[in-house]
Ligand binder design. Structure first.
Ligand SMILES: *Cc1c(COP(=O)(O)O)cnc(C)c1O
Length: 369
């Protein structure tokens, strides 16, 4: 329906501020292939996020696929079923077998307690997701990876700007990938990046996203076309100037939801742990047993009131026909993921959501208690 309030709206700075960027693109006529805005955005984003290096991509999915290629991952990779389809799809695109492991009930992230039992001689890596932007247990995952000689690639599509114990959560693992899709906290219409710990791996990734070209006549790998264009890079630069304001607006909306829904114990708002500087990328609530309406009934009720919430992440990846034949996809092995997928609703949260509309959403929710 057209006039439904969406769960998110893209964050767009004023159009007039974008015009000078367009004029510059038209003037210098470099539209892609590591143009000036591309170089500038790589540098400014790395500085803003507090990471060493970063390689921009056309989208987050190509970044995931390329990150796996760059580290030559093969065999089996341990990952979470409670995520967006692209996480596990990127494994299939590389001929890798996903091995699903259950999530932690509190954080919705891969449960480190359950990782070791899923490791086999074919395991080469772990691909956790910082779900909703809440950091995984990065220290424990790193210890397991070190013990078994595994690589770690974080799907950090939700974790733009998230800091954990005083530094960027993107500094953990061998690589982290970001998504700058229109629905994400920071967007370049479509876009993404791989966060790299050193210049050497960034070099390899830069080759891989440009067909494997190392120079005009040297092709070092069967690379893909994953390059970000100048238009998207310019949008990124423009957004960067407004991102702190957008993040603080998200935080205050999340705080208002938490306060207002505190009076309804059967609607639990997900909170980040105290040591996390969160980006409030999503506002998931869990419809607990005992709430007069079930999750799907609540979803329909909101919809009838013109509010389009989303059931992220339902259905679970492990329940899709594509994945459910895997031994690791059996529901009895993924108890928490299945339970949470059946309870979750993500409420609308985006920087220009006004408080009157938010109050209307809250009233509708409270009226169901
Ligand atoms: C959005 C998203 C992706 C994919 O990013 P795109 O830029 O849309 O390709 C991957 N993983 C997760 C967890 C996401 O939410």
């Amino acid at each position: 329906m057209k006039d439904q309030l969406p769960v998110t709206r893209p964050f767009l700075p004023p159009l007039e501020e974008f015009i000078p960027y367009l004029e510059q693109i038209w003037a210098n006529k470099q539209l892609t292939n590591n143009g000036p805005f591309h170089q500038q955005l790589e540098a400014e984003l790395a500085a803003y996020l507090g990471v060493e290096h970063l390689s921009l991509f056309a989208n987050g999915t190509l970044a995931l696929v390329t990150a796996l290629q760059a580290l030559r991952i093969s065999g089996e990779v341990i990952t979470t079923p409670y995520t967006f389809a692209a996480t596990a799809h990127s494994l299939l695109w590389n001929g890798i077998k996903p091995v699903f492991v259950d999530i932690d009930r509190e954080t919705c992230n891969l449960d480190p307690e359950r990782i070791e039992e899923a490791i086999t001689p074919a395991t080469t890596a772990i691909m956790p997701v910082h779900c909703y932007g809440i950091p995984c247990d990065v220290e424990r995952i790193e210890r397991i990876a070190d013990t078994y000689g595994l690589k770690v690639i974080y799907d950090a599509a939700h974790a733009f700007g998230v800091r954990h114990k005083g530094s960027s959560v993107l500094r953990h693992g061998d690589l982290s990938i970001l998504s700058f899709h229109a629905t994400k906290v920071f967007n370049t219409f479509e876009g993404g990046a791989i966060v790299c710990p050193n210049a050497k791996i960034k070099q390899r990734i830069d080759y891989l996203k440009n067909f494997g070209f190392a120079d005009e006549v040297t092709v070092v790998a069967p690379g893909i076309n994953g390059k970000m264009n100048e238009f998207s890079a310019a949008l990124g630069l423009l957004q960067l100037g407004h991102i702190d304001q957008a993040l603080s607006r998200r935080a205050s909306l999340h705080h208002r939801y938490s306060q207002a829904l505190a009076e309804v114990p059967t609607l639990e708002v997900l909170q980040a742990p105290a040591e996390v500087e969160w980006n409030h990328a999503y506002c998931p609530i869990f419809v607990k047993p005992g709430h007069p309406l079930g999750r799907d009934q609540l979803y329909e009720k909101l919809k009838a009131h013109g509010i389009l919430s989303r059931r992220y992440f339902y259905p679970l990846l492990s329940s899709l026909p594509l994945y459910r034949g895997l031994p690791s996809a059996a529901p009895e092995r993924l108890v928490n993921a299945n339970r949470i997928a059946d309870q979750v609703i993500c409420l609308p949260i985006f920087p220009d959501l006004d408080v009157a509309t938010q109050d209307r959403i809250v009233e509708t929710l409270v009226s169901t208690a």
